[in-house]
Ligand binder design. Sequence first.
Ligand code: WTA
Length: 655
Amino acid sequence: MSSQIDHLLSESRRFAPPAQFAAEAVGTTELYERAAADREGFWADQARELLHWHTPFTQVLDWSNPPFAEWFADGELNVAYNCLDRHVEAGNGERVALLWEGEPGEERRITYAELTEEVKRVANVLEGLGVGHGDRVAIYLPMIPEAVAAMLAVARIGAIHSVVFGGFSADSLRARIDDAGAKLVITADGGYRKGKVSPLKPAVDMALADRGSGEQETVEHVLVVRRGGNDVEWNPERDLWWHEAVPAASADHQARPFPAENPLFILYTSGTTGKPKGILHTSGGYLAQAAFTNRVVHDVHPESDVYWCTADIGWITGHTYVTYGPLANGATQVLYEGTPDTPHPGRWWEVIQKYGVTIFYTAPTAIRSFMKIGREVPQRFDLSSLRLLGSVGEPINPEAWVWYRNIIGGESAPVVDTWWQTETGAIMISALPGITETKPGSAQVPIPGITIDVVDDSGEHVGNGNGGLLVITGPWPSMLRGIWGDPERYKETYWDKFADKGYYFAGDGARLDEDGDVWLLGRVDDVMNISGHRLSTAEIESALVANEAVAEAAVVGASDETTGQAVVAFVIIKQSFLKAHAPEGLAGTLRTWVGEQIGPIARPRDIYIVGELPKTRSGKIMRRLLRDVAEGREVGDTTTLADTAVMSVISAQLK
Ligand code: WTA
């Protein structure tokens, strides 16, 4: 790790924005000045300028009961009205909101007027099903316009959505439905992935079937979009087709105002324990920071730009930078259903050329896999419309950054590396593309209105040139308001570590360079980052030990050239199982098992079957040593192991 850090920090290339870009950029140095002079006043200005308030707020921040923040609490707004109706009322109803491209190549252009009408109908359907203010709705959909419409319809009626990534298994879906107590599930028969229909409704049926006795089913209805055309089972008392219910509903629907702190959504993310955390976000502060960052970091000019964020709506990036930020700003955006390489490896570049995309936001893993395929593929397409590139989800290595800028960005488009989390709700650290001289590999500086630091274990500033832990030193509008149903875990996870300072602990290691710019170095806890997706070691371990063959399991994130990190599992097989079964093919069986339990993204790259695991005298697994093995390094210091010979046994077994 340390040689990698030295390598990163020796990066000396700097890129100033093109003069014309700088002249027309939305983000200006005045924003930093204004925010430094009066941080709360600054956010109040943003919230007033960027959003419509049915009832204007008079209070900005209430931090009287930390770590429970309230922003703009006496104000009232409707999130969906802000993303839809007000643009129509302002005369922009004919502007395209969504340029949708299906994986097989179908195209739908949906204007703000059309999307508003659709969302009003869906809102009426939901209310007709008895869903109302504060109820939870699970959304399990592919990347189709109905996904965005469903989220906005839930927001419109003051209910709370919990979007579950379509790649998650029936078990994961069920755990999320149960934790939130969802009343309705919105899904599709299936969606296109890698050239075929990947079914979704069967997973919903499985999730809702075989409930243990005494468990109360909270789900009353399942609303199903027809997309894949695949056969599905039907429960007439519970299931409704979207294409029957929605067109039949009225297109009149008044957007009622809700308090700024009305919950907007829950989004589950992996923590350090096996149970995913339901991160709770509310309305006014979240939307204000989503809209602000999309404007100034992505430099969105809604009247002229074509914006494309490739994230799935199942992740926070899809919430903030597909649904809420761009639509609050009245932007035109591309929504693409499928995978980047179907039916050919240039699919994304073809989409950029076809729609004249000007702003493109994606993850380093994608960039690295395109680098691997070679520049010839993107060079076959006209990418000259691109004027800004963004990166999110994991550290971007300087080589990938420079390749992105040169090959995709025509050697001129600024690249903004944006650091944030499900918990922060919106971008926190990033260059502003019209102002900052960018440095490949560094996320650089907090955005205006955000205060951060890099500190040592006792919370002291480490100073330039040093590494430590990333903290956020003051509350921010789009911060999580808690963990659904678990206020203690919220305090414990994020605030207890630096309780005396009142700092938010992000769980990331970081370093400040000589200019004071921030370099993110990855997680410092047992959370892995696979292709920009968070997975917990504990969650995969508990899936493994749930298999009848497994006695014990330890999982580590090992560095991987393309996906950033990869899941590597070490498992001990039960003696009783080995007596009755042959061990051949067991690793493959367990890989598939994990995929079924959690979802394909969690499938270990490697599974090593071992006789023992390295443990300290107190019984804690020393993952550091397993990581050494997984990454092919010399095994580090083993003196604290209960049995110091274990590692040589394991290493020998794997040779
Ligand atoms: C990592 C995704 C380095 C980080 C928006 C964080 C990053 C976790 C960056 C959150 C970046 C995100 N550079 N690391 N630009 N962006 N991360 O909740 O470890 O899926 O804590 O949110 O991703 O992942 P999440």
